[in-house]
Write a protein that binds this ligand. Sequence first.
Ligand code: 5RP
Length: 232
Amino acid sequence: MTQDELKQLVGQAAADYVNANVPEGAIIGVGTGSTANCFIDAIAKTKSRYCGAVSSSLATTARLKSHGIEVFDLNDIKSLSIYVDGADEIDHSGAMIKGGGGAFTREKIVSSVADVFVCIADASKRVDVMGTFALPVEVLPMARTAIGRKLAALDGVPVLRVTKDGMPFITDNGNEIIDVKGLSITDPRALEAQINAWPGVVTVGLFAARGANLCLLSTEQGVECIDYAQQV
Ligand code: 5RP
């Protein structure tokens, strides 16, 4: 199977999971990226079961609306039973690197409200130690160089994310992203807390303090469901 087919497989599996476990009339938290897009396209087939969704990016909002799914402001809802999103890497505890698509700050906010975080990924995303995928850090533009120095002191190689035209990539929140290459993340919780504490950092794309509760992982053999509460 191609990676795109694996993404479609897990997107449909996530829609089946949500349809089976989330009550009718609920609002669903929805992530960003190509795997999340497969989930959106799959859940659209049963959209009448739901009140709507809370979105983690402008791109996801546009895709949800294109399917006629109502999008709610997070400020207007009291709770979310489930949040479904992809990841760039996920380790054996359910900690993730996210942010390849640049939406991780909003993803972290929306997922923090949800009772259950379901990560949807193809098997290439599962790793023993995170860091092969560059770790994204969203920063206020005026803090770019100062934060870059601190990241270099962690033995990482900080690189400002740019668009195809060579201009700084600007997030939905009006900030910039530094991608940090060359880290070996042996203690994701500690690193998340450390980087998040630096003035000028909006957030780091490490999801360890609040990782995934479940991972639906698509493989050539089918979709595996990993429940991190059951892991020893
Ligand atoms: C966007 C993300 C995505 O979930 C992550 O980059 C995975 O993307 P894809 O499903 O396209 O591989 O964190 O900010």
